[in-house]
Design a protein around this ligand. Sequence first.
Ligand SMILES: [Zn+2]
Length: 511
Amino acid sequence: MTSITIYDGANTIGGTKIFIEEKGKGIFLDFGMNFKKYGQYFQEFLKDRPSRGIYDLIQLDLIPKLNIYRKSLITPDLDISSFPTLNIEAVLLSHAHMDHYGNIGLLNTEIPIIASPTAFALVKGMIDSSRLSPQLEVAFFCKKTKGLSDKTIKAIRGAYQTRKLISTQKYSDTFESFMTTNLKNAPNKDGTLKMLENSGLSDLTTNPTQFEIKPFSVDHSIFGATGYLLSSDITIAYTGDFRLHGKNANKSKKFINNAKDASVLIIEGTRATREDVEESEEEVYENCLRVIDEAKGIVVADFSARNFERLEIFKKIATKVGKNIVIPAKQAYLLKSLEQVDKIDRTSDILIYSEYKSSKQYWEENFLKNKLLYIDPTDISKSPDKYILCFSLYEIKHLLDIKPQNGTYIYSSSEAFQEESEFDFIRLNNWLKHFDFNVNGFEILNENGRLKPDITKGFHASGHASKSDLLWAIETIDPEYIIPVHTENPKWFRESFDNVILLKQGEKIKL
Ligand SMILES: [Zn+2]
């Protein structure tokens, strides 16, 4: 008998944590961070306290009350021993977005992680180039010790160890060496790179679970997204996040067509709340090209740093109109991380923005050195109309060093936003007004004295399947049971099909 428990993400977009169990052991499908729940208590300048391990997250119910977490993140005033223990054979990660992997770092480090090499390279690239935090400790983790107060936890500097990583595909030596190299600390005295303590990297020929696992690449707004077929007594299909209107839609279709044997379909429903719109990456290309072709002054393109497909669209536009793409160093590092998987050089025709920094961290100092061309803000300001800057709100402050007289801005990112991010748009708009920019992709409306952002369609194509594509996927697979996740509108599935199981948070169904 197989049971399915949705520990989180049953009726929110993200935070997905699905446990599939058989004979007293099982696997998690994703173990993401639930931004909606986190947002009830935290924001950018009010975060949980890493020095208290998982204490804050358990107290506030932001992670499931289970006895499955890293011992080193449990403070002496937190007792999780009375919570249910799960025998976890592995975590299957669908893709490298935080709402799918952002809580894996809190899990017991003995648990193997299964993901595509691309997803692994991206989570490695993220931890290398970010401030250390338990939430990011997926590719490798930092050992902890007691802090000044015995109720606190402190990272042991440089004491890094990889998790047990299982790649869904065969991988190269280049990839293996990237995954096991310490790029956070400076090299040894003789110039050789430091290595991470290695818990073992392998591929699915060493499947540690009782399930047969068939991974399929799917199309999403990040490279390396995977849908899974799991078979034992029954076959379960899990879509992760996917879409059918992107350049790689055929991959998603192949997964759907191969999932016809599945009796259970666990499917994302991000857009079950929204009306379908005509959209494609080609349309985004055409609209952005039209704006950039007519643009005066510098161009700022605002899209998710991990949406590499969108970056390629702006690269294509840049070539067409004779401009240069400039990206932040961290984004270049992620491109270099991707290169470790497929040896495709994605940085030869771009420039890296040389941010004024008082010091550089090792990953940037050495890994990007001489391999790419940096450009200084003063050089950009000499001929601003030659450049397309890939900046988001968080980088917009660097315009102060470029001092543009005017320019063109394009918002080419998610159409859905939380209420609190309305203030971000108002702030962003103030920056753009300050530099006298022509703004495309959103506008600020005044509704009875209240300022509200309104997204202009056509500059972004969603990473998620539309309602009609969800219907097609479900009808094609035609499973016995449909379990919607990653949606704020699970009821839409029930209205559309009669074999839908709506599970509450933590509720278990036996099949
Ligand atoms: Zn996603």
